[in-house]
Design a protein around this ligand. Sequence first.
Ligand code: CTP
Ligand code: MG
Length: 234
Amino acid sequence: FKIAIVIVAAGRGERAGAPGDGPKQYRRIGGLPVIHHTLQKFLTWPKSGPIVVVIHPEDEALYAASTDGLGGAENIIVTFGGDTRQRSVYEGLRAIAATEATHVMIHDAARPFVDHALLDRIAEGFAAGNDGILPAMAVTDTLKRGGSDGLVHETVSRAGLYAAQTPQSFRLSEIRTAHEKAAALRHDDFTDDASIAEWAGLAVTIVEGSVDNIKLTLKRDIDMADEKLTQGNP
Ligand code: CTP
Ligand code: MG
């Protein structure tokens, strides 16, 4: 099989604050833009097929600057995203339609700490015949359901609960059909691809995620990521 990669990078990063700083995927951690780190992980993974990056139409210059000096970046297919993550993924899937890929990994540009061991676990899942694969971590916190009265109503069992990560990975034809179906029905409030797959009736297998594979969401996530990468090389 041949695994295409779709990296979604068309968001505005509103929760990371300060509009003047630009979208989070272009902010620097360890001296390089977040998306540079993310792309490097996939460009250097031996099993990567064609790579599509989905960007915002206003970010062309930022994207070009971020991939400066990145080996293999000239082969990346760049396309424009939409107003929701779901729409951006859909555009990315359309862009790989012309390639020979059989499978696809759909990844957030804002997760620069994805590692090759995780990608290998997913590829092994494909080899074992799984058509949908979700990297996820078992929830470790004790969970509470709270009410609008501000009180704890109950403790929720965490048995069987997982926190979803990316790259969520699928047989290409199946996830494309699921996305097309969702778009045609104007069902546009899915926050990840596994939920579209579940909705479409596809089986999704869980593989162990990685504790480091966090999504940079808030400004403090970006600051901590920068500290982590600059530690030891000041
Ligand atoms: N994304 C996208 N197109 C959108 C929205 C999000 O390609 N319309 C991408 C983001 O660039 C990011 C990933 O989806 O890499 C995960 O989304 P999220 O963390 O929510 O990023 P933003 O939407 O940019 O941030 P926020 O929700 O805080 O505005
Ligand atoms: Mg968002």
